[in-house]
Design a binder for this molecule. Sequence first.
Ligand SMILES: Nc1ncnc2c1ncn2[C@@H]1O[C@H](COP(=O)(O)OP(=O)(O)O)[C@@H](O)[C@H]1O
Ligand SMILES: [Mg+2]
Length: 253
Amino acid sequence: MAAFALAVVREDDRQNKMHMIKCKNISKTYTSGAGETRVLKSVSFTIRGGEFVAIMGPSGSGKSTLMHILGCLDTPTAGHYFLDGNDVSNLSDDELAAVRMQKIGFVFQAFNLLPRATVVRNVALPLVYAGIPSAKRELLAKKALDGAAFPEGFRNHYSNQLSGGMMQRVAIARALVNNPALVFADEPTGNLDTKTGEIVLKTFQDLNEKQKRTIVLITHEPYIAEYAERVIHIRDGEIVSDSKNHTRRQVAG
Ligand SMILES: Nc1ncnc2c1ncn2[C@@H]1O[C@H](COP(=O)(O)OP(=O)(O)O)[C@@H](O)[C@H]1O
Ligand SMILES: [Mg+2]
């Protein structure tokens, strides 16, 4: 009996290790004076290492809340989240920060750059908090800029001298500076015109295909979700569909 139970646990363990992300009945409820808001309602799904997945749903459907949990910025009210095989559902803020530094990069809609700092300094910033010495920070920042195909000639510009598309590619390089296996992008093209947005989406496709990083793209636009290989559809805090994207949009070039 005990041996059987152990075998089941081991099988569970093996399954968890195959998945970069495994959510089991994740719920998130906010409580305020006005009462309880159930934002995520028992969400379950898995994402394998190396996948490029879009999480798509209308505004207010719970996408960012879900991303905050998947990205170890927040914890669920109920349920379990396994990241790379480890249960991270109940970690402290410090423990979550350590997991993020090891495994995760973020790109947001508002590029969130320091305007009066150079490109290289912006990209190196997360490493300051990780206590990495300055010479090494610069080296890693340049490597990340290479990884995001950011042009050499602009690396000593101040970030407020750049176009929106260039700013977002600085933000992508910053997300790569800790060499994360998993990159989240929350509406990354929301502040960009279509053509510039395509360049950014192509950058994510390259990070996925050439560098084998797992990409989770959050969007409310079906057109943007078409760049991913799989689309998870969320509505009112529940997953309503999860399917392979047979008409995947590939950016030329
Ligand atoms: N900290 C919070 N406290 C209370 N309600 C919240 C909080 N964060 C988000 N919500 C609510 O949760 C719902 C989903 O929000 P969000 O995850 O930002 O959706 P999306 O990113 O899909 O637009 C919204 O109704 C929002 O008002
Ligand atoms: Mg959002």
